[in-house]
Design a protein around this ligand. Structure first.
Ligand SMILES: C[S@@+](CC[C@H](N)C(=O)[O-])C[C@H]1O[C@@H](n2cnc3c(N)ncnc32)[C@H](O)[C@@H]1O
Length: 197
């Protein structure tokens, strides 16, 4: 890893995706926003793979569709204009990679954002769908109202995960100013069927 690779959580996430996601994988983007992560995932899984995506805002789904169409990468993507709290209503297959990029839509309405209750409900479902050896990554922004609560709630949930079932890593830029985001990365180990301690 070169120096520039750990400059921010976005670069680390990109690295994790490049190292983990393979052609043919089935993956999930729980917060598609403007579609940047969805596009990257679509390119990584290729025509044999599939990307599911959720966002509560029509505007986000629309801009994601536009980006994917422009990049000729929409064929393997299935988008839902619904809350990621409802994953279980749409997906019943195992997933190799799941991503959450929490907060609000960049350049959008800052009052429409993820919150700790729905995020926790969603992540509990996502953990069930994750394949053994699958990765789940969550970027949490703490500079806006509700962000610190979301980070605390997630940290609390992840602390209760059984270490025989999950490895949980927290990336925290402890020497950066202006409330840098925190990244959690979870790997499902498959050594136990018990998710929680
Ligand atoms: C930081 S943005 C995501 C940016 C995106 N990863 C990208 O590459 O452009 C967070 C997104 O989460 C969405 N969101 C908020 N609450 C949600 C929920 N309960 N279910 C699904 N999406 C939600 C917002 O509408 C917003 O578009």
């Amino acid at each position: 890893m070169s120096y520039q690779k750990i400059i921010n959580t976005g670069e680390i996430v990109k690295n994790l995706i490049e190292n983990h996601v393979k052609p043919g994988d089935i993956v999930l983007d729980c917060t598609v926003g403007n579609g940047n992560d969805t596009l990257f995932l679509s390119k990584m899984v290729g025509n044999e793979g599939k990307v599911y995506g959720f966002d509560i805002q029509k505007k986000a789904i629309k801009s994601t569709k536009e980006l994917l169409t422009k990049e000729n990468s929409i064929e393997n993507v299935v988008l839902f204009n619904d809350s990621h709290e409802n994953i279980h209503q749409y997906i019943d297959e195992k997933l190799n990679f799941i991503i959450y990029n929490l907060g609000y839509l960049p350049k959008g309405d800052k009052s429409i954002k993820t919150n700790s209750i729905s995020t926790i409900n969603s992540i509990k479902q996502a953990l069930e769908l994750l394949n053994y050896n699958g990765l789940l990554v969550v970027t949490v922004y703490v500079g806006h109202v509700g962000g610190p609560e979301e980070k605390q709630a997630l940290g609390g949930l992840f602390l209760t995960l059984d270490q025989k079932s999950f490895n949980v890593l927290k990336y925290d830029f402890i020497n950066q100013s202006n409330n840098p985001p925190v990244l959690f990365c979870l790997e499902k180990s498959g050594k136990s069927n018990k998710s929680f301690k």
